[in-house]
Design a protein around this ligand. Structure first.
Ligand code: AMP
Ligand code: GLY
Length: 424
């Protein structure tokens, strides 16, 4: 099987690492990849959003399977684009189509979908420039804190949670009237604040059947004790201690099954991952958001716990035979700690040489923002390296991850030392 994987973060290095262990793999390309994927696959310099070049590459290299890591090409309709080409009829795509990707591409679509399908989520209303005054009144009559969300993709920055009315109104103004997020904030979803503990649940579906993957919890804030600015994710753990059988059964019954049924009712033939961003409010699961791809850094703890051949699983998606797959999950705990560049998620520098690789023990280093230059590995992003470890329990895994995080050196390296803290 010749495979093309799109993306260049820690998620993609993890997927590439797992795919490269398959006996079925003959060749793996990653576009554009990083210094980590370069060690196990061939990086190619094509943007995941350049559909024309991807199409040509797939044909010229007889690619049989395409896996899309990030959301942007999905929301822009890469599946629909490639499906138009008759030559690519047999291409297996781990990628929902444009309509399916709206679950992530439009918060308004996702909220309406949940309402229609009685899926538990925060109460909301959507506003545009045209009913701006109504939105102001809605805020004034709403309890605090209040959640404002840009409708479209905003690189993880589109959610603001003001705790006073003045900030809420000024946020609304910058989003709707001053186009803070461009197209993405032409619509704004205003919703109630849910207090609880968050976790992420993932499924892979072939449009008919689905498999439930291990759940994970990520740590989004830059500072210890969950303080400071939001990031792409500073670390993750799997399993999540409070996600017991009873809770996950509720997630399956109240959220996963109605979501799949809702997709069928909309005639959306969904083949790919669904990431349910959930919050546990006093034992009841609510959906905070859908993503139409795997999470990053959640992938770095979910995938290493899967013992099956990943190529076989993805083939079953293409053949709609996921019901034949018996998922084997490693009962160990996986943790990952993200090393980031000092200053991230604000201004930070790239191009710092990374050393200490030979001192790593009992960890899997997944590259997030790295590249190669003159035979050296250098930093190439805000999130640089995810140090994953498997342990007999959370403490054991974290100890290994932290040890690895200490060993890698680069100028102004920072990482959170408290990943998983609330469960220790
Ligand atoms: P999102 O970009 O949708 O993942 O939202 C970013 C973060 O905002 C989430 O991970 C939550 O921590 C928070 N958030 C979003 N919606 C709500 C809500 N209704 N209640 C509480 N927190 C929320
Ligand atoms: N870690 C959150 C995300 O991938 O969206």
């Amino acid at each position: 099987m010749k495979i093309l994987l799109l993306g260049s973060g820690g998620r993609e290095h993890t997927l590439a690492w797992k795919l490269s262990q398959s006996k079925k793999l003959t060749k793996l390309y990653v576009a554009q990849g990083n210094a980590g994927t370069a060690q196990i696959a061939e990086n190619i310099d094509i943007s995941p959003n350049d559909f024309e070049k991807i199409e040509t590459f797939i044909i010229e290299n007889q690619i049989e399977m395409l896996i899309v890591g990030p959301e942007e090409p999905l929301v822009k309709g890469i599946r629909n684009y490639l499906q138009k080409n008759k030559e690519l009829h047999h291409l297996i795509m781990i990628a929902p189509d444009k309509n399916g990707a709206e679950l992530e591409g439009s918060k308004d679509f996702a909220k309406e979908f949940m309402k229609k399908n009685s899926i538990p989520t925060a109460k909301y209303k959507t506003f545009t420039k045209d009913n701006y005054q109504e939105a102001v009144t809605y805020i004034k009559n709403h309890s605090l804190p209040i959640v404002l969300k840009a409708d479209g993709l905003a690189a993880g920055k589109g959610v603001i949670i003001p705790t006073d009315y003045i900030t809420a109104e000024s946020t609304l103004r910058t989003m709707l009237l001053e186009n803070q997020f461009g197209e993405a904030s032409k619509k704004v979803v205003i919703e109630e604040f849910l207090a609880g503990i968050e976790l992420s649940v993932f499924i892979l579906t072939d449009g008919k059947n689905y498999i439930l993957l291990p759940e994970a919890k990520d740590y989004k804030r830059i500072g210890e004790g969950d303080t400071g600015l939001n990031t792409g994710g500073m670390g993750a753990i799997s399993p999540v201690p409070f996600a017991n059988h009873t809770f996950l059964e509720k997630v399956e019954k109240q959220i996963i099954l109605p979501t799949l049924e809702g997709l069928r009712n909309e005639n959306i033939d969904y083949q790919g991952f669904i990431f349910f961003g959930l919050i546990d409010v006093k034992g009841e699961p609510y959906v905070i958001e859908y993503n139409v791809r795997m999470g990053d850094p959640e992938t770095e703890v979910v995938i290493p716990r899967i013992e099956n051949d990943l190529v076989e699983i993805f083939e079953a998606v293409g053949n709609r035979t996921l019901d034949k797959i018996e998922l084997k999950i490693n009962p160990k705990t996986a943790t990952t700690i993200m090393l980031v560049a000092g200053g991230y998620p604000e201004q930070y520098e790239k191009g710092k040489e990374m050393t200490g690789w030979e001192n790593l023990k009992n960890v899997i280093p997944f590259h997030a923002g790295t590249t190669q230059k003159e035979g050296k590995i250098i930093t190439n992003g805000g999130r640089v390296l995810a140090i994953t470890a498997l342990g007999n329990d959370l403490e054991d895994a974290l100890e290994k991850s932290k040890n690895g995080a200490d060993k890698i050196k680069f100028d102004s390296k920072y990482f959170r030392k408290d990943i998983g803290y609330e469960f220790l």
